[in-house]
Design a protein around this ligand. Structure first.
Ligand SMILES: NC(=O)c1ccc[n+]([C@@H]2O[C@H](COP(=O)([O-])OP(=O)(O)OC[C@H]3O[C@@H](n4cnc5c(N)ncnc54)[C@H](OP(=O)(O)O)[C@@H]3O)[C@@H](O)[C@H]2O)c1
Length: 341
């Protein structure tokens, strides 16, 4: 008999929760059984709309629900730490939206709490569960690029709303925390280490968050990376990873589609004389892939998880913090690569 599906509860009626529920729906290993809102009527309406059996009128009530094994947390960034910690204290496994927290200190406290309570807590980057990314990691592990020397990762889109959690400094918004966290996570995944020095330049919204940011990151290995992110360009998402023996380009999409295909293009060799190989990879809904790999983490252990490790998530937060400090001060910022994680 296969085990019964992992029962997930959602903290809040966030927009992205709708996409999560519809993505996960076909799964036989994961099921969304409840949603909570600060407003009981809103939770009930959301549950009816997306077909979730139970709703709760507070986040606390969902955490007290014994029919829930794990929670998905798509709250504003500034609330991730508090509610992840409350969830692990209630004995629930946690799949928390990116960025994991507002600071690296919060991220460390979250992982400490999860360890103490014997549950899993992870940061969700759907692209990390996509076949596109798994294939890219396989190529990198096999040395297809030789020594990786340089990379660029960019993600931006137009944020046209005037009221949005992404525009709030209090809720830890900003282009870097939002789209930029993807670029930083990709760079950290490829580098396999924490950057040692970063320098960023940004333009700011009237509300006081970065609306466009570009930056350089230096790694102890010598790898140099450039990242960029924005709320004021048309939608784009792409990365280029260049090594001594080859170059790879990817879209690292969360949810590839016919309009936004899972591009993975590899050119081997040093010159222009080799044709680029277009590597065909299947595409799936990123939330479905992510939730199913989360279920395997919970049921089968850490070797099954393809997403960011605790170490990576802490490094991502350290990097995001340093990049913001640099953008605000106009100076390069060193990151201590020797501190406890
Ligand atoms: N992985 C991805 O593809 C992806 C995509 C988009 C967003 N995200 C992440 O998901 C999270 C949510 O993003 P979203 O755009 O879906 O957010 P959103 O629509 O603004 O929803 C956030 C929810 O948080 C709750 N909330 C509690 N306190 C709040 C406050 N002070 N202000 C606003 N909302 C508050 C609200 O739910 P109730 O009123 O029901 O309590 C609200 O619906 C963010 O961390 C974001 O980075 C990830």
């Amino acid at each position: 008999m296969p085990p019964s599906p992992l029962r997930i509860g959602i903290l809040s009626t966030a927009n992205i929760a709708r996409a999560f529920v519809s993505g996960v729906r076909p799964s036989s290993t994961v099921t969304v059984t409840a949603v909570a809102s600060r407003d009981r009527a809103k939770a009930a309406a959301f549950a009816r709309e997306v077909g979730i059996p139970h709703s709760h009128g507070s986040y606390e009530a969902l955490l007290a629900d014994s029919e829930i094994d794990a929670v998905y947390i798509p709250l504003p960034n500034s609330m991730h730490a508090e509610w992840s910690i409350r969830a692990v204290e209630a004995g629930k496994h946690v799949l928390c939206e990116k960025p994991l927290s507002a600071t690296a200190a919060e991220a460390r406290a979250m992982f400490d709490a999860a360890r103490k309570h014997g549950v899993y807590l992870v940061e969700g980057y759907p692209y990390r569960a996509q076949p596109q990314t798994l294939k890219m990691r396989e190529l990198l592990d096999a040395g297809a690029l030789g020594k990786v020397e340089m990379m660029q990762a960019s993600f931006g889109f137009t944020l046209s709303q005037e009221v949005n959690i992404r525009l709030s400094p209090v809720l830890a918004g900003g282009a870097l925390m939002d789209a930029g966290s993807y670029a930083v996570s990709l760079v950290r995944m490829v580098a396999r280490e924490r950057p040692s020095r970063v320098q960023a330049v940004a333009h700011w919204t009237d509300s006081g968050v970065d609306r466009i940011l570009v930056a350089t990151l230096e790694f102890p290995s010598g790898l140099l990376a450039q990242i960029s992110c924005s709320f004021s360009t048309t939608a784009h998402r792409q990365a280029l990873i260049a090594g001594s023996e080859g170059v790879l380009q990817t879209t690292f999409f969360n949810h590839p589609s016919p309009a936004a295909p899972p591009v993975l293009q590899l050119r081997r060799g040093k010159g222009w004389d080799t044709a680029a190989e277009v590597i065909e990879v299947p595409a799936t809904n990123g939330f479905l892939a992510e939730a199913e790999v989360f279920e395997r983490l919970v049921r089968q252990g850490p070797a099954s998880w393809t997403g960011a490790s605790a170490e990576e998530s802490i490094d991502i937060m350290l990097t995001l913090e340093a990049l913001l400090r640099s953008a605000r001060s106009g100076k390069a910022v060193d990151i201590d690569t020797s501190t406890e994680r």
